[in-house]
Design a protein around this ligand. Structure first.
Ligand SMILES: NC(=O)c1ccc[n+]([C@@H]2O[C@H](COP(=O)([O-])OP(=O)(O)OC[C@H]3O[C@@H](n4cnc5c(N)ncnc54)[C@H](O)[C@@H]3O)[C@@H](O)[C@H]2O)c1
Length: 399
């Protein structure tokens, strides 16, 4: 006799992610320090209408609405969520509020783009991923480094074999001083939530999520083990040296972060800069800048040493303005909604970024290797929050 077979129920097909129109009507939640850089890519997109802005500070909401030519300015999140003219929401509120705000937007049936870091914990991010998926709505994390042209070019060159088989990833960040108009124009109120219990860590959380994202995306691999030493400096800086083992044992990664409080550097934005170095079996590739413009050299440089021939290729024409990453990230979200494609970063990628970030803290605290994939409980930087010294540094550099 044949045993009856239990057939699992077929999940109801998810709604199409593609918007049934040829335009995206966008609402912006949060009109603080980073809002203009984010929104410029939406304002410039020929198929996007920024129709509403909401900030608990009504003056900020009204001023942003004027600057951007937007019809509706709200001071209450519920009003934005109830606005039927809004198809998608760009969440630009403080990170500790992302979980509640993204949830509210998804529950209101809006597609969502949220600024990095996705949330303060892995569990919160997983919940958002599940809710979006169940509702058939798009949730993506806006990661400007992912759309920064020199880094896109680097990934393309590596994928096309410019340096042979990849063996090493090195990412260096230095925070120093700058006198850019952008930095001078930042509202100090935008720092408070980064410096206390509302954040699980300091600079290694708030800014370094960008570099963790690149440590995963540039090689297209997963990190399976982290060793790290994290120090504490004034303000919220956390000098760090970390070592990554990837799921390809031929590839090793190194990440170091330095604080140079007396070093000036050229920047149109924050007083920080990065160098990315990708080592291959036949060459080396450098992306020589990102946030700042410290080095007066081309943004992408490739050294090839093949078959006894050595040559250096410089890519001078790649757009190297860091702000371009924001504009392209915003345009990418609109294009994805209209084209029905999955936008970067997916919640799953953002969760792996969070896990890598927390693995660095945990490895430093325990001085033991940590597999980031095991991290699901909340992790806080050792000794965080620091107390008075967090408030003291006048050279505010928060990315
Ligand atoms: N990609 C990058 O390089 C980059 C740079 C800076 C900031 N960010 C991220 O962008 C987000 C915002 O950062 P910021 O520097 O603009 O912070 P900010 O504090 O300057 O701005 C946040 C804004 O949200 C508003 N807000 C707070 N609660 C609200 C609520 N309930 N409803 C509506 N509005 C509310 C605040 O009034 C404020 O104007 C953070 O997640 C941050 O990590 C990313």
């Amino acid at each position: 006799m044949v045993e009856p077979v239990t057939v699992p129920p077929v999940a109801a097909p998810k709604e199409s992610r593609r918007l049934p129109t040829d335009r995206v009507r966008l609402g912006v939640l949060g009109a603080g320090n980073i809002a203009d850089l984010n929104v410029s890519g939406y304002l410039d997109h020929p198929q996007c209408d920024v129709v509403a802005v909401c900030d608990v500070d009504p003056e900020l909401a009204v001023a942003a609405a004027r600057r951007w030519g937007v019809a509706s300015a709200y001071a209450d999140l519920d009003e934005l969520m109830a606005d039927d003219e809004v198809d998608a929401v760009e969440v630009l509120t403080p990170t500790h509020l992302h979980h509640a705000h993204v949830l509210a937007a998804l529950r209101a049936g809006k597609h969502v783009s949220v600024q990095k870091p996705v949330t303060n914990t892995v569990a919160e991010a997983r919940e958002l991923e599940r809710v979006a998926s169940d509702a058939g709505l798009v949730l993506r994390v806006s990661e400007c480094f992912r759309h920064y042209p020199p880094l896109e070019r680097a990934r393309e060159l590596v994928d096309n074999g410019a340096i042979g088989r990849l063996t090493g990833v090195r990412i260096k960040t230095v925070v120093g001083l700058t006198d850019s108009d952008f930095q001078a124009g930042l509202r100090p109120e935008g720092y408070g939530w980064r410096l206390d219990h509302r954040s699980p860590g300091g600079h290694l959380f708030d800014d370094m999520v960008h570099k963790y994202a690149m440590a995963l995306w540039l090689p297209g691999l997963d990190v399976v083990s982290v060793q790290a030493v994290v120090r504490r400096r004034d303000f919220f800086y956390e000098p760090c040296a970390a070592l990554f083992e990837y799921n390809d044992p031929e590839v090793l990664g190194v990440m170091d972060v330095h604080y140079a409080p007396k070093m000036w550097l050229r920047s149109r934005y924050y007083g920080a800069d990065e160098v990315f170095e990708l080592q291959g079996e036949e060459g080396v590739l450098w992306v020589t800048r990102a946030t700042g413009e410290m080095l007066a050299v081309p943004p992408v440089v490739v050294y090839q040493g093949r078959d006894n021939v050595c040559r250096t290729i410089t890519e001078r024409s790649v757009e190297a303005d860091w702000g371009e990453g924001f504009r392209r990230s915003s345009a990418h979200f609109v294009d994805s909604l209209l084209g029905g494609t999955v936008p970067a970063m997916t919640p799953d990628e953002a969760i792996r970024v969070l896990q890598l970030c927390f693995a660095v803290y945990q490895a430093s605290t325990t001085r033991l290797p940590v597999d980031p994939r095991t991290i699901s409980d909340p992790v806080t930087a050792d000794g965080w929050p620091g107390g008075d010294q967090l408030q003291q540094d006048p050279a505010v550099t928060v990315a």
